[in-house]
Design a protein around this ligand. Sequence first.
Ligand code: GBH
Length: 426
Amino acid sequence: MLKFPDGFYWGCATSSHQVEGNNRNNQWWAWEQEGGNVRDGTTSGPACDHYNRFDDDFALAEELGHSAHRLSIEWSRIEPEEGRWDEKEVEHYRRVIESLHRHGLTPFVTLHHFTNPLWFEQQGGWTSPRAPDLIARYAGYMAKQLGEAVPFWLTINEPSVVPAACYLAGMHPPAKRDMGLAMQAARHILIAHGKMYQAVREAAPHDPQVGPVLNMIYVEPASDSEEDRQAAQLFDQYWNSYWLEGIRDGVVGPPAGGGEEAPGLKGTWDIIGLNNYSRSVIAAGPPPMGLRQVPPGPDAETSTMGWEVYPEGFYRVQARLKPYGKPVYITENGIGTDDDKQRQRYIVRHLRQVHRAISEGVDVRGYLHWSFQDNFEWAEGFRQKFGLIAMEEGTRNRLPRPSAYLFRDIARANAVSDELLGRWGE
Ligand code: GBH
């Protein structure tokens, strides 16, 4: 049996735009309305109506044995126009956080999860040199408003994904393919993280734990050739080292900088939030990056997103965090699948790797599964099913899947039993 440390947090992760519904004042909503941008033709629309149903959702999470919950605050609700704060919306999130506490769920609150207020996007979004100060002001305001009720603040979700998806792969708005803009965004996002950390620490008198949410990818070269190894190294530098070393040392390193110091950035993490789903196998390839991602082979297990299921990689990224000496919280891990048995197996096999990392000295303190319920999976739309809980069409009733009960049993026992290991653990 795999026993987890006392006080280990169990729960799920979500984000505002994916579950709340009617976030009409951000760049994603606008992009969805253009048509043709979301693969399955859906839009976020009313989403899961979590904006209205949050209390029922948290009651269900409590019933399902959770002790923590990660959500994000929608910046475009709080600051609908530059410099104007909407106190009604602040009040909404105050009630959300109160509800979490009432249901015994420790809040992990993300300040930015992919969505930008329209006014911010119209100024160039992350490519604008004003971006770090603008978002830091919002971060400080929010921390002040919610105060002691929030013990864990997370600054920016997956800083690596934002420049790549928005300015390189053209998969998130504004869907550009421009290396210069991508690197400008990467630079501003790293600096913004540091400023947000400082603003939250200053505004919150109760000493909250603050950190980034890093989407770390376990990177492997496609072969032993010098070209492939160099390409993998470059990919790893962008996805992992740039952020880890940047925050540890307070510098903007390659590929977005030359190692120059960013004042106030050094050491801006009390905790590290870690998101991980899969691995990437990288080979040398065409410009502009000189690399390409090798798709999983015919025998590999994959998800409906096409991502390879690779639990060993999840272990490796946790192990890589050990020298940084910070408490680690798994802030996302999960699978898009139409087969809930595949999800159950995924959970057990990935928890085995969390347990393994802990037993080797990585200070992992919680596991937040992505996601609580099926939701708006960005450019993929609602077609992708990441939830422990399905949503009934029409009524939006919550329908827990068997994986929700499997996760409940694990959370309640604070352990993965031998029986579950035997049934799902390969
Ligand atoms: C997370 O991102 C998100 O935080 C969450 O909102 C989402 O629902 C969940 O995972 C499931 O997808 O960046 O264009 O080069 C997932 C992270 C997305 C990171 C794809 C790597 C590679 C394509 N991954 N991305 S790109």
